[in-house]
Design a protein around this ligand. Structure first.
Ligand SMILES: [Mn+2]
Length: 271
């Protein structure tokens, strides 16, 4: 199963991606299959990925930036994960493990790669309580109307690590339904790609154990995490989110920095 990352032209994400891939390879060897989906046009990003020997899938999304709300355009890369079932480089893959670029592989993920969710698997998002003001949301697809009942408010799943059943998403046009829903509701939803997944798939999402997506601000992150997710403050953040730069944040940030070269550490100072 490929481990898939998605980036846009934000240089911070390129650096995050490098550290993520290096930490993955440190645990699983340089042959571990991975793929980076990129929707931009910047030659320096393409070169950087080639230098890093990360296979690249250049992809033009259906959820084009100009179709998304203004406030969503600054993180247009985070919408790419919604379309993995359509990426040509993944057409022969039944499953894919999507990871945000802001993760650090800290312990082996072998066990995770053996999970086969019906639709998708995600861990719980601890800091975002589930809230929506809609009972149901309708959408149109091929001139027919459909209704999605909003899931019962229990918790939100984090889209930072998502194990996708691509084969299931491709069956019976499910991915096309989902993207139609996404285009028609991108304006109505709070938390971008994550809300779209939570709202549309609801109870069909399998809950993954916390160790597969553990933010460093959790007290047990260092002890239990296999995938550390720098959710909230990024490793270079010295001022943002003071309330989340707690517990294991400093320790995990130090491990993350250990994957960077001298010039990259220098680059960090300007972030
Ligand atoms: Mn993230």
């Amino acid at each position: 199963m490929k481990i898939v990352f998605c980036i846009d032209d934000n240089p911070r994400y390129l650096l995050l991606l490098k550290a993520a891939v290096r930490s993955l390879r440190a645990l699983h060897g340089s042959d571990v299959p991975c793929l980076c989906v990129y929707a931009g046009q910047d030659g320096s990003v393409v070169d950087a990925l080639e230098n890093e020997a990360v296979p690249l899938a250049r992809y033009t999304p259906r959820l084009l930036p100009e179709l998304l709300p203004q406030r969503a355009r600054r993180c247009v890369g985070c919408f790419l994960k919604l379309e993995l079932a359509l990426v040509p480089e993944l057409k022969d893959d039944d499953f894919a493990l999507y990871c945000d670029a802001d993760v650090l592989f800290y312990r082996a993920v072998t066990e995770l790669l053996n999970i086969r969710p019906g639709y998708m698997g995600m861990a719980r998002e601890a800091t975002a309580p589930f809230f929506h003001e809609h009972q149901r949301l309708g959408y149109q697809f091929r001139e027919r109307n459909y209704t999605v009942p909003m899931p019962f408010p229990i918790w939100t799943f984090s889209s930072g690590v998502a194990l996708f059943n691509l084969r299931r998403l491709r069956r019976r046009d499910l991915i096309d339904h989902f993207l139609a829903f996404s285009l028609q509701h991108a304006e109505n939803i709070g938390n971008f790609d994550q809300s779209l997944l939570n709202y549309f798939f609801g109870k069909r999402i399998m809950r993954l154990p916390d160790r597969w997506n553990r933010p460093p601000y959790q007290h047990d992150c260092q002890e239990t995490a296999h995938i550390v997710h720098f959710h909230g403050p990024k490793p270079w953040d010295k001022n943002a989110f003071p309330e989340l730069r707690i517990n294991c944040f400093e320790a995990m940030r130090a491990v993350w920095m250990g994957y960077l070269r001298e010039d990259e550490l220098e680059q960090l100072k300007h972030f």
